[in-house]
Design a protein around this ligand. Structure first.
Ligand code: NAP
Length: 302
């Protein structure tokens, strides 16, 4: 294996240490800490486990964390009123509604109710627009694309003038990361191509990439011969390809694989993210970073 691994688990700890120090410093100076509320409707096991992880991370940083668990029978109106309440709560800097919501609730309506200045997930149309405009307009870049950019930058990979190819055009990964990488500025200024199921000659495009970002959700889609020698490969895909017994807990756990054929890809890439342990662990970290940013806006520091 010759590629350098870009480990999300390591970068995560670096960023969390920075955020912890910043929280302490601001607490000393202003007597306040960032506040994040997580609204969970029902008890979907995957949602419960995501929310638990978010709360644990926020607590590690010293944030004020509120978990607001609601019955699966809550009406859409009541949920909208709850969001309105947090929109006006000065101690809350970030509002997060864990998806999916029950069928009787319109997700779009709920997400659009969040004050864009507390939308630390970055999915509100106002924040999507701000991201598109770029520069100082950007308040909260969506967490997974922000994680990808942070990993590229912290690995020391040059983005200015680089050929970036993004596989996938979803609203949560492909479109925003393509937009971010083409902006004029640090960690961007690249020439970006987006490929998808309508693209002819997928392999040919990938082979041109200095930075190849793959977010398709198809295990092993990108073959090693599609990778330019020395390229930086960011594998966003998280695919359950089987089950195994955990050595730690003795319980059944999912076997995960990315969208890139990892082992042989390591022989061609210069940098590569593993799955698991790559982009995955970074997403919640970027949520914490956005919450800190929102807190600093509220203090008039940004
Ligand atoms: P998505 O909404 O399903 O979008 C997948 C995109 O990939 C679509 O644009 C699709 O093209 C494209 N695609 C699928 N198969 C393709 C193929 N054979 N050739 C070319 N393009 C293809 O998925 P997503 O939400 O962006 O997520 C993508 C992957 O990233 C998933 O494995 C997901 O679990 C993972 N993910 C990880 C994190 C994290 O680590 N924190 C966060 C988010 C997502 P069309 O538009 O033409 O259909």
């Amino acid at each position: 294996m010759s590629a350098k691994l870009i480990k999300g688990t390591v970068i995560r700890e670096e960023i969390l240490a920075e955020l912890r120090a910043e929280t302490e410093e601001l607490k000393q100076k202003y007597g306040r800490v960032p506040g994040l509320v997580t609204i969970l409707v029902g008890e979907n096991p995957a949602s419960v486990s995501y929310v638990t992880l978010k709360i644990k991370t926020a607590k590690r940083l010293g944030y004020n964390e509120i978990q607001d668990s609601q019955s699966p029978d809550i009406t859409e109106d009541a949920l909208l009123r709850l969001i309105e309440k947090y929109n006006h709560d000065d101690d809350i800097n970030g509002i997060l509604v864990q998806l999916p919501l029950p069928d009787h609730i319109d997700e779009k309506k709920v997400l659009n109710k969040i004050d864009p200045d507390k939308d630390v997930d970055g999915f509100h149309p106002v924040n999507v627009g701000r991201l598109m405009i770029g520069g100082d307009e950007v308040k909260f870049p969506p967490c997974t694309p922000a994680a990808i950019q942070e990993m590229i930058v912290r690995a020391g990979v040059e983005t200015k003038g680089a050929e970036v190819v993004v596989v996938g055009r979803s609203n949560i990964v492909g479109k925003p990361i393509a937009n971010m990488m083409m902006q004029k500025g640090e960690g961007a200024n690249a020439t970006v191509t987006v490929v998808h199921t309508g693209t002819k000659n997928l392999a040919e495009h990938c082979l041109r990439a200095d930075i190849l970002i793959v977010a398709a959700g198809v295990p092993g889609l990108v073959k090693p011969e599609w990778i330019k020698k020395g390229a930086c490969v960011i594998d966003v895909g998280v695919n359950r390809v089987g089950e195994k017994i955990s050595e730690k807990t003795g319980k059944k756990i999912a076997v995960l694989s990315g969208d890139v054929d990892f082992e042989p890809a390591c022989e061609r890439a210069g940098f590569i993210t593993p799955v698991p342990g790559g982009v995955g662990p970074m997403t919640i970290t970027m949520l914490m970073k956005n919450t800190m940013k929102s807190f600093k806006y509220s203090l008039g520091l940004l």
